[in-house]
Design a protein around this ligand. Structure first.
Ligand SMILES: Nc1ncnc2c1ncn2[C@@H]1O[C@H](COP(=O)(O)OP(=O)(O)O)[C@@H](O)[C@H]1O
Ligand SMILES: [Mg+2]
Length: 376
């Protein structure tokens, strides 16, 4: 882990910019919020409210070997500033950003919690589908694309994008040595070796999606819409962490988001109490189906609806492969399962579904009835 910034320094910055940022109150406490992989994120509590302080140092926080030269803080702040126009109720308010010192001060969305945390506890949100469909619709608006073109935010932050391609597209199918198999447990590893590595159909399909990801600069994409980038409560749904944003293929965000619901679904048996497990799994399945059915309203060009659906399936599969195989950015849905055997069973179910989805052998509707043809 990179050395990072101290809480004393965070408080000093906060006090220094208080007037300019129009924030008020005396600091009572400042502590690091767990969950940040690339940045250091702090919660500052003052005598009248709380704030989030996001610090983006020159290398990734948990992966200091990855240096990031660009001003990712400026990039994220500009993107959020634009989104405040088209999604004013779905992103945190940015009070201040400091390009020279690499930090951003924003609205604390607490007590709303990450979708990942809520799902693992078996919570369901009746308006989530409606909200996330609206968010996906707004992100892919024409003027969002134009804004990011105008401000030269088209291709994203180069170092982050390079890491993304390596970890998300290359490592999971074994065409990059650097990170592959750092972590997966033995049983999962065997399955991956048997059914993924060297499988030309999978390699071809993932490579095609990788090329599209890099070259099809059609719509603005959040780029990392996993269950810790989504914050929810009963009334609202927010998105955070825009630093992987860029122009990219339609359906990318939608697919990534669905991947996390799929992983939540298959891991439910190990996290959720029996008395609400059935209802919870129904809710996830309904949410997957409702948001998938909304393709028609999200995809502006009806003639490309089939491609949109193909992309959702593909990027959903790629995200699941990435989370189960590459050994980086392991999700709580897996890591919080205590028994290695249980965890591996869940991972293999996810991999079965993902590879079949990728190769168009199943559709989302089959999630509850997947026939585990290859379970060993
Ligand atoms: N505005 C916010 N309100 C509440 N919690 C937040 C906020 N921003 C970040 N967090 C918390 O901090 C975690 C890491 O923040 P994030 O912006 O995703 O950093 P990283 O880029 O390092 O992933 C989030 O998953 C969430 O738990
Ligand atoms: Mg994040």
């Amino acid at each position: 882990m990179a050395e990072g910034i101290s809480t004393e320094k965070v408080i000093a910055y906060f006090d220094e910019v208080k007037n300019k940022a129009n924030t008020t109150g005396e600091v009572i406490s400042c502590s690091e919020v767990s969950g940040g992989r690339c940045n250091q994120v702090f919660r500052i509590i003052t005598d009248n409210r709380s704030y989030i302080f996001k610090y983006s140092p020159s290398s990734l926080y948990k992966y200091p070997e990855i240096k990031v030269q660009s001003q990712r803080n400026r990039y994220e702040a500009e993107s959020l500033l634009f989104l405040s126009r088209i999604l004013p109720h779905n992103i945190p308010v940015i009070y201040y950003y400091d390009e020279d010192n690499n930090f951003m001060l924003m609205q604390d969305l607490y007590p709303a919690n990450t979708l990942a945390n809520e799902l693992i506890q078996g919570r369901t949100f009746k308006n989530f589908s409606k909200h996330i469909i609206f968010i996906l619709q707004q992100l892919s608006r024409k003027d969002s694309r134009l804004f990011h073109l105008k401000y030269n935010l088209t291709k994203g932050i180069p170092e982050l994008q390079k890491a993304r391609v390596e970890y998300v597209f290359k490592a999971p199918i074994g065409i990059s040595k650097s990170v592959f198999f750092q972590q997966p447990i033995v049983h999962t590893k065997k399955w991956i070796n048997k059914y993924i590595i060297g499988n030309q159909d999978i390699i071809k399909a993932v490579s095609k999606l990788e090329i599209k990801y890099k070259n099809n600069l059609e719509v603005f994409i959040h780029g990392d819409l996993h269950a810790e980038s989504i914050i929810v409560d009963n009334e609202s749904t927010y998105i955070i962490d825009l630093e992987f944003g860029k122009l990219g293929p339609m359906g990318f965000d939608h697919g990534v988001m669905l991947a996390h619901l799929v992983m939540a679904f298959y891991s439910a048996d190990y996290h959720v109490q029996l008395n609400n497990k059935i209802e919870y799994k129904h809710w996830i399945k309904d949410t997957i189906m409702n948001t998938f059915a909304a393709c028609k309203t999200i995809c502006a060009d009806a003639s490309r609806l089939e491609e949109y659906k193909y992309n959702i399936r593909g990027y959903c599969a790629v995200e699941i492969l990435h989370r189960t195989t590459s050994g980086v950015a392991v999700v709580d849905f897996f890591s919080k399962i205590k028994s290695a055997q249980d965890r591996s069973n869940v991972e293999v179910k996810c991999l079965n579904f993902a590879t079949d989805l990728l190769l168009s052998k199943v559709c989302f509707n089959d999630i509850g009835a997947i026939n585990l043809r290859r379970d060993k």
